[in-house]
Design a protein around this ligand. Structure first.
Ligand code: HEM
Length: 204
């Protein structure tokens, strides 16, 4: 029996599988650099939106995720694209420019709940990093409210904990754990390629 203070086998395995990929993002993200300007934040947010829109659809708008309700509280987790859109609108993006942002074409498609939860580990974990970064950049980017980084705000800890509870119950066998690891790695890699490396041309 796993004590509640210990990570579940699934969480421990996901951490192992993605540690190096996360550290790599930490190094290369513009948000982790010493200096950041509002234009660079907005440019980055637009690329993240192009990744997040198809990812949110793939993870939450599928029959696989319906079976995990109500424990997952999907309606709360489904708003990340709209946080990014709020930041971009505040930074001057028109609705037409927002609609034209290119979408990442290689978001993995989950074929099992284990894969879905491996992908969700990445979207939900990113809110923890966001909370850290929101404190770091608050008030330093021309008054931008940084809605994306604030994420779930005061609910961040509780929503992370409830996600971990679902993960621990639904990803148990070694084959499910391996499937979740692989899906989480592919999701991290899609972020790295689309947001950091490919830097697709954005509409002006
Ligand atoms: C500059 C970029 C980033 C920084 C500085 C950062 C920082 C952090 C920090 C401090 C935590 C731990 C928070 C805590 O324990 O309370 C965390 C967790 C996490 N972050 Fe990031 N993050 C960054 C970007 C990202 C991105 C872009 C993703 C996803 C694509 C991501 C995925 C995760 C995940 C999955 C976790 C959960 C790890 C776990 O506890 O199992 N992070 N991040």
């Amino acid at each position: 029996m796993t004590r509640s203070s210990e990570p579940s086998p699934a969480l421990a395995a996901l951490r192992d599988a993605t540690r190096a990929l996360h550290a790599d993002l930490d190094q290369h993200s513009p948000l982790a650099q010493e200096h950041l300007h509002s234009a660079s934040y907005l440019d980055h947010a637009a690329r993240v939106l192009g990744w997040m829109r198809p990812l949110e659809q793939a993870v939450w708008l599928t029959p696989l995720s319906c079976a995990l309700e109500p424990q997952l509280m999907i309606e709360k987790r489904l708003g990340k694209s709209s946080w990014l859109e709020q930041d971009l609108a505040e930074g001057g993006f028109s609705p037409m420019r927002l609609a034209e942002i290119p979408r990442c074409p290689y978001i993995p498609a989950p074929t099992s709940q284990a894969e879905l939860l491996g992908m969700a580990y990445v979207t939900e974990g990113a809110t923890l990093g966001g909370a850290f970064l929101s404190k770091r950049w608050a008030g330093r980017l021309d008054g931008l409210s940084l809605r994306w980084l604030k994420g779930y705000g005061a609910e961040t800890g509780a929503l992370w904990k409830s996600f971990l509870d679902v993960l621990a119950v639904h990803v148990v066998t070694s084959s499910d754990i391996a499937a979740a690891q692989h899906a989480a790695q592919s999701t991290f890699l899609s972020f790295r390629c689309w947001v950091i490396d490919e830097a697709p041309e954005l509409p002006r």
